[in-house]
Design a protein around this ligand. Structure first.
Ligand SMILES: [Zn+2]
Length: 204
């Protein structure tokens, strides 16, 4: 295996990247100047020491505020009654930019695919319940499920609704779904502020 093949194999593990794109990345790197490559390599090798996983919402944050939790979880001015569950870290910035949501978040870490028997290995169901228990003591009233509008997103919403059944049965929590207002197949990560605003207003 050549060095090009080896590096291409790394890129093929990235989300949405196939063998052809992976090789294009490698050829792009070959055309870059050595300083740019050294800077890239250094940014990659130090990312784990510079970023931490928030122990409350599980999004990555810059480890410079001296705490174990991110700036959003640290912000006591936010709405305690709302917790939004998203698939990935990258879903949070577009919602923040829309300026219409002021509650807290939880990053599930993925979806529960329709054809997967062992869901627990892929999403943070147990941690979600832990955070809900904690936040219930702090006025939490509604969990908003903000997943992609596709079969995996719907399956994940059903899975979480089932997981949280004991809370809804005891009327401790309302669970709402952001899906309406987002068109079928759309991903939150790419939604514009107006769409997110409508989806939040029309959640059921
Ligand atoms: Zn956090």
């Amino acid at each position: 295996m050549t060095s090009i093949d080896q590096l291409a194999k790394h890129f093929e593990r990235f989300p949405g990247i196939g063998p052809r794109q992976a090789r294009r990345f490698v050829y792009h790197l070959l055309s870059e100047n050595p300083d740019a490559l050294t800077s890239l390599a250094s940014a990659i090798s130090t990312i784990h020491t510079k970023m931490s996983l928030c122990t409350q919402c599980f999004q990555y944050f810059a480890r410079d505020n001296g705490t174990m939790i991110c700036d959003i979880c640290n912000d006591t001015e936010r709405d305690n009654t709302l917790l939004m569950v998203v698939e990935r870290d990258s879903d949070i910035p577009p919602i923040e930019r829309s300026g219409t949501y002021n509650g807290y978040y939880f990053v599930l870490g993925g979806t529960v695919p329709l054809l997967d028997a062992d869901e627990n290995i892929r999403v943070r169901g147990g941690a979600l319940k832990g955070i809900i228990d904690l936040r219930l003591k702090n006025d939490l009233a509604e969990v908003i499920l903000a997943f992609s509008v596709n079969p995996d997103g719907e399956q994940t919403a059903r899975y979480i609704e089932k997981l949280l059944e004991s809370y809804t049965e005891r009327n401790q929590l309302k669970i709402s779904i952001l899906g309406r207002g987002l068109s079928t197949g759309s991903e939150l990560e790419y939604a514009d502020p107006e769409t997110i605003k409508n989806a939040l207003r029309n959640r059921t």
